[in-house]
Design a protein around this ligand. Structure first.
Ligand SMILES: [Ca+2]
Length: 192
């Protein structure tokens, strides 16, 4: 029964992914680990506060084991506790790698300018190269718990000594229309 539910959900996700092949959504869910920010809307965030980032990507650029995607600025959302920041600047690129140099799998977004000049970073890396089977995000649809990555850097930075560090609980990759908040519980329960 559980297997059947997984299969049905996976099939739905894959069909949805195929329909919007160039458009995928990355959602990271976790909590605040530490906060040394000095100013701005997230200065009051406390360790343990719930955190979530999401953004849509498009325009995959295949570069072998290392693909880049354009992040859609208007889709970017960072939520920490009861504070939500929307949008980012300068068309950042998300990089996804699979078996890159035969050393690992990962997802990398770096130096993204968001509200009030904060810089946002999101790196999740698996040195065993077993978490992804392709740098094509449409082939990576699913949910990935923090344990799947042995290195993470997910934070909001104000300067080199002032940053809000986020601890990942689970990463979702899927079509934007599927990854809305009401489906997270079902996804989490079904995939893992
Ligand atoms: Ca791999």
């Amino acid at each position: 029964m559980i297997y059947r539910r997984k299969l049905v959900l996976y099939t739905i996700l894959m069909l949805a992914a195929a329909m919007v092949r160039a458009d995928m959504c990355i959602v990271a869910v976790g909590t605040v680990g530490s906060n040394t920010l000095l100013s701005g809307p997230l200065v009051g965030a406390q360790p343990g506060d719930p955190a979530e980032t999401r953004f849509n990507v498009s325009n995959p650029n295949p570069l072998g084991e290392y693909w880049s995607y354009s992040v859609e600025e208007s889709s970017f959302r960072l939520q920490v506790g009861d504070v939500t920041l929307y949008g980012c600047e300068a068309s950042p690129l998300l990089f996804v790698m699979n078996d890159f140099g035969q050393t690992g799998d990962g997802l990398f977004l770096t130096d993204v300018t968001i509200e009030t000049g904060y810089l946002f970073h999101e790196h999740f890396y698996d040195s065993s190269a077993s978490v992804f089977t392709s740098p094509d995000l449409t082939l990576c649809v699913g949910s990935y718990p923090a344990e799947d990555f042995d290195s993470s850097y997910w934070c909001v930075e104000e300067c080199w000594y002032a940053r809000l560090v986020l601890d990942l609980e689970i990463l979702y990759i899927g079509p934007p229309g599927v990854l809305h908040s009401s489906s997270w519980a079902a996804l989490k329960a079904s995939f893992r």
